[in-house]
Write a protein of this length. Sequence first.
Length: 745
Amino acid sequence: MIADVLMPVGVDTAYSYRSPPGLTVAQGDVVVAPLGPRQTLGVVWAVREERASEHPNLKSLIGKAPLPALPKALIDFVEWTARWTLAPRGLVLRMALHDTSAVPPEAPRIGVRLAGPPPQRLTPARQRVLQAAAAVAPGAVLGKRALALEAGVSTSVVDALIDAGTLEAVALAVEPEKLPDPEHGAQLLSPAQEAASEALRRQLRQGGFSVMLLEGVTGSGKTEVYFEAVAEALRADKQVLILMPEIALTTQFTQRFEARFGARPGEWHSGVSPKRKAQLLTALAAGERCAVIGARSALTLPFAKLGLVIIDEEHDSGYKQEDGVIYHARDMAVVRARLEQAPVVLVSATPSIETRVNAEAGRYGRVLLPDRVSGRPLPDISAVDLRRAPPAKDRWLSPTLVAGIADTIAAGEQSLLFLNRRGYAPLTVCRACGHRFRCAQCSAWLVEHRFTRSLRCHHCGHREKRPEACPECGAIDTLAACGPGVERLAEEVAGHFPQARIIVLSSDLPGGTERLRREFAEITEGKADIVIGTQLIAKGHDFKRVALVGVVDGDIGQAGADPRANERTFQLLQQVTGRAGRGETGGRALIQTYDPSSPVISAMLSGDAERFYESEIAARRAAGMPPFGRLASLIVSGPRAQEALTHARAIVQAAHRVSSQDSAQQDGAPRGGLAKNAFGKGSMLALGPAEAPIAVIRGRHRFRILVKAPRNADLQSYLRAVIAEAGRPRGGVRLIVDVDPQSFL
């Protein structure tokens, strides 16, 4: 028999191997096979009879790996993702092949019990161990570590008594993991929540694939509602996947999950140990009843009985994977659920326009929670016009916002200040010569991080120590920070309120995820007066004590060529202001802005989200932009600008030729990248090449081509034809294809 094996490498083709005598393999099996000079893991993609034309020197498989096989639906998902993203199948497989074979097996748990007379040499430490062992029922087994702890000795004392025959070592049975109980901790829901949860339960009972949007204002109790859908799936002995855009959200969520279901969910993200991941993979492959909470990478887990997929904060741009295989986890989760014939619930207070349009068109169901739980009002939102009430020189907080913080502290409540800019300052300049600190590998300024006394590039990760003297002119004490980041804002806040307890939340501060989890707990427990943070604080946190939210710069993000700029800014402001007033007292929000009449700020002040969305949707429809059209971004990069530009131009010329070939039978066939009725209805338009807004990253010069297509066009086939026509890039030039781009940098 011949096994066609797909390897987790950057190729699209499966390699053929002979299956040696005694080894039977099937599609999905994880195998070990020779690849060049080494042995590597791969997945059997197909099994077939040997053909007469088969190469006589085919290598043989070495054997099966001790890993769960990939289910058929997951294999289909790898195929679908590769076709959609234009990535090699091997790279997509790398995401789905979770190698835990190197994780050592769990060490057996050892207990002890009394088994013989005391030893001849009885030290005080040994005496305490025997007294502790004798205090339990005869024949009872105690954990070795627990016995040592009870006696106040090290485990070596217990080991010595085992060697002397006084104690007997006994292997303890492995305690089974607690499974989530759908009947544990059920909460009393409001009538609106109960109606919404019944709609979701009905969706599950109907069976098969469907998509439902659960839309509710901030603080409306959406989590409690979809927990009832989780309970329904667990009652049916199904597995559940809950995706979240940020792993910092998982701590508070797991606590809420455990309170509702009596057991913690499985977790899958970069902060989970290999041992825990191996245990979870085994449970999933065995079809064990469980719920998994995870980041994007959880999308490719080998669920044996996937019965429900939930995408929380579905609007969040953090679901987009921007390197390697470029994909949007929300959209791919819908595909995975369709292949598994499982229902999907999209959850958000501020749904993406794509999701809203699908719901309005009837392609998705929709459940609304228009009010906060217990009748709590939404926060009062006001704008601070910085043209009329500006901050003091080199300060960023207006007198109005400072006074609001003071009143909040006096009332014993918390204030939350939002600035979506990491670090201390986005630019450092020498006042003597004007030198600006730029990344040596990117066309970007270095960001000062005063907490770590460093200058960093937020694009390539380069870091260098902040110098005492200007490297250009040698002047000392002339380096000036320009603009604010959250660290600089914290410095200003401490000057205004020296006695206040201040916490700064940012993803790049020392301590990583564990620090964030600790600080989120401190905020929840009321151990902070003022919280300062980036967009991390806008993502689903339930801070009961926050009464005031201050948006330091409400204008960030509204400018630029990104067609989603207004939508994203509105979503972010809605989410962050929604952190206020979730407890017993009301809340308010102050948005500092230089343009209170902008569409985004006007919508925030009026509270008329529907009108804002209607305007944005109408503009997208008129321009043929997503979701009413399709986009693909082609980034050509290389170590030398001219070579990268040459290949980018070759791609555009190839687009012209492909368009012309497809429309050659039409009189007056257009040129310039426009193809009538090519690869579907309507036309394709290739725009560019143009230098990317960030022209150099990691020493590579970047040029962008944007392909615009009608909604129903076969964009992927068109792109494949263009890329093939352009030929392979040379001289270190690379091409990255981003279908449905979210970033335009």
